[in-house]
Design a protein around this ligand. Structure first.
Ligand code: PPS
Length: 284
C-alpha cells in the first residue's frame, strides 16, 4: 500500500504480516473457547508486559517457558497472519493476544466465557511509545508523525485510541472482562499481579509471586531475547534494534509534549471521553 498500511473496514494495519482476508476470517470464523484467555490492548499500552506476566502466572513463576519460546508463539496475535494460523487449530486452552477494536474481534467472543484482560495506558504515553517504536519500523517511516494521532486523521496502526477505548469499555462490568491500566500495574505491580492470578483462577505461593515479579520486571524482560523483539531485528524491525522495551515508565509524554500540544490533547481527551467516568483512567 502506498501509505504503508493494509486497510480493513476503515482501520489501518501494518502492511507486513496482515491481510484483509485473514482479518475477515478471524472475525467471522475464529472460535474462541471458554478456557481461552484473551489479552487485549491498543498498541504500545504494555501488551508484552502483560503477556509475560500471564505466561508466568500459568507457569507458576517458572521462567523456563518465557526463556525458551518467543513471546509471539506463547500468545499469538489473532489478527496477524502468522498468529491466526498458529492459533486456529491449536488444542487446549490458548493464550491469545489482540490489538483489534471491538468491531473486528472474532464474533465468537461474545458467546464464550473466555477470560479477557483489557490493559489501557495514558494515551499520551501510548503516543510517545508509538512515535519512537513505529518510527523505527521501516514501513511506517512516512506516516509516523505524531500529530497524526490527533483528529481529523487517525492513520495510526489500529486506528483511533479514543474509538478503541470506547468500544472495549462497553464490556466493563462483565464477569469475564478485567480492565487494568499500565499506570496501576507500574504503581503496585504485586497487587495487580494478585488480581490477575485470581481472575485467571490460579493460586500462587508467595515465592511464585516473587519469581513472577522478578522475571516480568522491565530490566529482566529487556534482557530476555524471547520477549524483547530482538529476534525480529533485520526482519520487521530496523537493524539498529526496534526497541520494544524503551523506557517503561509513566508520564514520559511530559518530556516531549509542548504546552500547546498538552493543552490540545487535554481538550480532545475531554471532548472524546466525556461520556465515560474519569475514574476509569487512573493517570494525571
Ligand atoms: S506493542 O508493540 O504494541 O505490542 O507494544 P506494547 O508491548 O503494547 O507496549 C510497549 C511499551 O510497554 C513497555 N513495557 C514495559 N514497561 C514496564 N515493565 C515491563 N516489563 C515492560 N515491558 C514492556 C515498553 O517499554 C513500551 O513502553 P515505552 O514507553 O515505549 O518504554
Amino acid at each position: 500500500m502506498s501509505d504503508g498500511y493494509v486497510w480493513f473496514e476503515g482501520i489501518p494495519f501494518p502492511s507486513m504480516g496482515y491481510k484483509p482476508e485473514v482479518l475477515r476470517e478471524a472475525r467471522e470464523s475464529f472460535a474462541l473457547k471458554d478456557e481461552d484467555v484473551l489479552i487485549l490492548t491498543y498498541p504500545k499500552s504494555g501488551t508484552n508486559w502483560l503477556i509475560e506476566i500471564v505466561c508466568l502466572v500459568y507457569s507458576k513463576g517458572d521462567p523456563k517457558w518465557i526463556q525458551s519460546v518467543p513471546i509471539w508463539d506463547r500468545s499469538p496475535w489473532v489478527e496477524a497472519e502468522y498468529g491466526y494460523n498458529s492459533l486456529k487449530d491449536k488444542e487446549g486452552p490458548r493464550l491469545i493476544t489482540s490489538h483489534l477494536p471491538i468491531q473486528l474481534i472474532p464474533k465468537s467472543l461474545f458467546n464464550s466465557k473466555a477470560k479477557v484482560i483489557y490493559l489501557i495506558r495514558n494515551p499520551r504515553d501510548v503516543l510517545m511509545s508509538g512515535y519512537f517504536f513505529f518510527g523505527m519500523y521501516p514501513c511506517f517511516h512516512q506516516v509516523c508523525k505524531y500529530p497524526l494521532f490527533l483528529p481529523p486523521q487517525y492513520a495510526v496502526p489500529y486506528g483511533s485510541w479514543f474509538d478503541h477505548t470506547h468500544g472495549w469499555m462497553s464490556m466493563r462490568g462483565k464477569e469475564n472482562f478485567l480492565i487494568l491500566s499500565y499506570e496501576e500495574l507500574k504503581r503496585d505491580t504485586r497487587s495487580i499481579l494478585e488480581m490477575i492470578s485470581q481472575f485467571l483462577g490460579k493460586k500462587l505461593e508467595p515465592e511464585e509471586l516473587n519469581s513472577i515479579l522478578k522475571n516480568s520486571s522491565f530490566h529482566v524482560m529487556k534482557e530476555n531475547n524471547m520477549s524483547n523483539f530482538s529476534l525480529l531485528c533485520g526482519q520487521f524491525l530496523d537493524e539498529k534494534n526496534g526497541i520494544l522495551l524503551r523506557k517503561g515508565i509513566t508520564g514520559d509524554w511530559k518530556n516531549h509534549f509542548t504546552v500547546a500540544q498538552a493543552e490540545a490533547f487535554d481538550r480532545i481527551f475531554q471532548e472524546k471521553m466525556a461520556d465515560l467516568p474519569r475514574e476509569l483512567f487512573p493517570w494525571e
